[in-house]
Design a protein around this ligand. Sequence first.
Ligand code: GDP
Ligand code: ZN
Length: 269
Amino acid sequence: HLGIVVPGDHVIWQMDLEDNTGVVLTVQPRTSLLSRPDARGAVHAVAANVDQIFIVIAPTPAPNQTTIDRYLIAAETENIQPIIVLNKEDLLANDPQREHILNLVGQYKKIGLTILTLSATKKQHLSSLHAQLANKISVFVGQSGVGKSSLIAEILQQPLIRTGELSSSSQQGQHTTTTARLYHLDAQPGSVIDSPGIREFPLWPLDPSTLAYGFIEFRPFLQDCKYRNCLHTIEPGCALLKASANGSISNARLLSYQKILATMKDQTK
Ligand code: GDP
Ligand code: ZN
């Protein structure tokens, strides 16, 4: 059984010269797989072999740490490199939340993430983004309005299909495009997989230990909790609570973990 073929997959296929079609024979093993739960909670594959996820934030709409962390967890769980893009650099100087945003970004820099500060519409510092895209399969994620479409359109030099628009092949169908597509870069080897559904994909349900492992700076402490099944909330002898109290990890990140843990419990009830 072949299973579903998604953008990013490498396949072996056979051409049928008579009717000019092709048949997929095998799907090669995947290095990573991004999935998306549907309304009923069933998880569907949307993109394969993604190398890096650009998590886009901006001064407006204001960044939400839990949202950032959900994307980071998804990336870390699939061994995909996350990169934070602080877009709308032009709005930063006069933003009343400037200090807060720089502090937030600083937390991620401290745990080793690459941060790209740039502006899609003012075309500032885009060369760092272009360099980062080379030879990789990338996706862009983040809250609505942060500038993902603007960035991708800038990279691909073409306007994108937006949420709710009709695809040209289904004009009569009144059917919106949620299918992801892989776009090759023009200027250099590398590609971007995009769809409205990928740009804001939610985190799929995870068990608590996988969730904690998704916070990379927690990893060195996870073996040191008194209880093997510690949830790092109120347990005595919790190494993460201790690490947060003495400043070895960010308290904001621990709170974010606890918040996400609580929502996952609700999902599995
Ligand atoms: P998406 O929902 O994440 O795809 O965001 P869009 O690309 O649709 O951008 C949302 C709005 O932010 C649009 O009005 C863009 O013109 C604007 N925008 C995008 N990038 C920048 C930027 O670097 N600076 C400023 N000032 N506005 C931007
Ligand atoms: Zn613990």
